[in-house]
Structures are given as C-alpha cells and as structure tokens.
Design a protein around this ligand. Sequence first.
Ligand SMILES: Nc1ncnc2c1ncn2[C@@H]1O[C@H](COP(=O)(O)OP(=O)(O)OP(=O)(O)O)[C@@H](O)[C@H]1O
Ligand SMILES: [Mg+2]
Length: 266
Amino acid sequence: MEHPIISIQHVNKLFNTKRHKIQALQDINMEFGKGELVSIVGPSGCGKSTIIRLVDDIIKPTDGTITVDGITYDNNKPISKEMIRKLGFIFQVPNLYPWLTVKENVMLPLRIHGLSSPEYDENVQRLLKYVDMERYADAYPSELSGGMHQKIGVIRGMVHKPEMLMMDEPFGALDENTREMLNIELLHIWQETGMTIIFITHNVEEAVLLSQRVYVMASHPGRVVAELEVKFDRPRTLDLLADRTFGEYCTKIENLIGKIELKQIK
Ligand SMILES: Nc1ncnc2c1ncn2[C@@H]1O[C@H](COP(=O)(O)OP(=O)(O)OP(=O)(O)O)[C@@H](O)[C@H]1O
Ligand SMILES: [Mg+2]
C-alpha cells in the first residue's frame, strides 16, 4: 500500500501481570488505506482489542511503530488532542452514563472535544434517526434494551465525525436481524462519510459482508496469520449472504481459524 492512513509496523505487546507475562501481540504488521473498511477476526484473546487500544493510544506498544495520518506515535508521550479528535472508538461494552439521557450520552464526545455547532447537532439527530432511536432521545439508559445500548454506543463513536473509526465488536450482543440491519446502515454511513474503519468481530459472515479486506489472527501469541481481499461490488446488500462466493470466503476464513485452534489443541 502506497500511503496507508494507519500503519502498524513490527509491533509487540507484552503484558506483565503479577502471575505471568503475556505476549498479547507478536510482530504485528498491518496497514489501512484511507477510506478502507477492514475487519480483524480471530479467536478470543488473540489481541484484537489490544490493537485498537494501541491505535487509540490508550496503551503503548512494548516495541514497534504506529503511524497515523503521517505522524509516528512517540512511545513515551501521549498523542496530540488534534490526533485524538481524528479518531473514533466504539467499545465492546458501551458503558453509557446512567445519569445522562440518550441524547446527552451521544453528545458526550462533542463536549469532550469542545465541538459545538449546528453541523454537529444535525449529525446527532441524523445518527439517532439512522439507528431508529429518535423516540428515545430523552430516555435514560435504564429504560433501554441491551441492543439499544449498543446502538447508542455505536453512534456515540461517530458523532464528532472522526476520520478513522475503530469498532470493537460493536454488534456482538445483538440478535441476527438487528445486526444485519445495522451492518447495512454502517455501510451507508461509511460510504457517505468516507471514514476509514477498522472493524473487529468474531462473526466471519459480518466481516465478509462489510469489509474490503480481512486480517485473520491467532492467539498465544497474538499474531496475523492471513490477509484476504474481499472482492464484491458496492453497494452491498444482504442478498450477498446467499451468494456462493460469499459462502466460499466465509468457509476459507473459518478454516483458517479452525486450523489454528486445532494446532493449539495438539
Ligand atoms: N491490561 C492487561 N493486562 C494484562 N493482560 C492483558 C491486558 N489486556 C489484555 N491482556 C491480555 O492480552 C491478550 C489479548 O487481549 P485482547 O483483549 O486484546 O483480546 P481480544 O482478541 O480482544 O479478545 P476478545 O475477542 O475476547 O475480546 C489476552 O490474553 C488478555 O488476557
Ligand atoms: Mg476484545
């Protein structure tokens, strides 16, 4: 890739806990082009969340380099506010603030980044509408279902119009229908905004449906074992799920993951 917007080069991450040392990531090399939607799939504990926590500067690598939008992170200093504003992060667990309404929760990143203008207000309304949650704007999180919490968590990560969005299993707790609907909504938002998206999932079908490329990882130590390009036209629809080639992509990835796990058992 000529000018990736996110580049992870030779990254290792060791966690030293009281009981043991864990090599969470071993020699990770990944590149993400501007405007690309790329998924990372792999078994639990292979380091998927760790990768996006590194890109988001929540943690620092043990060694290796991370370069985002032309700036190489200093492993001893936090990244700039300007850089933080370019990044969006959608957590595996949404953790909404119970004392704030749905709308106030969604608007939190705007407050944190000091962004206020009609443009952003409009974006809040638009995103609430996208996930069919307008009616709940003034409700409190305790009044919402688990799926609704996830929807709010997803749009909260996009509200400040980040250039790069890290999504950590954002639809993991949803039933299949809702998940598929939101997958299509995500594709719309992605095409509309041109955001670069790193999408983490356990769900192979979801990865193939959404992505232009898929990184497959293995655990102990966390490493990349394959990189696949998914060649389908856009816009993609749910009809793809019944396509033969789609099934072949899924089987290929499942086999890659399955083989790794088998080897580990032996
Ligand atoms: N702060 C930490 N301290 C110690 N070990 C950690 C820490 N964070 C992650 N790990 C370990 O690093 C490894 C990778 O964790 P990570 O959360 O990145 O996995 P994951 O691929 O996101 O898994 P899942 O699919 O279950 O979310 C695991 O073995 C985990 O126990
Ligand atoms: Mg995780």
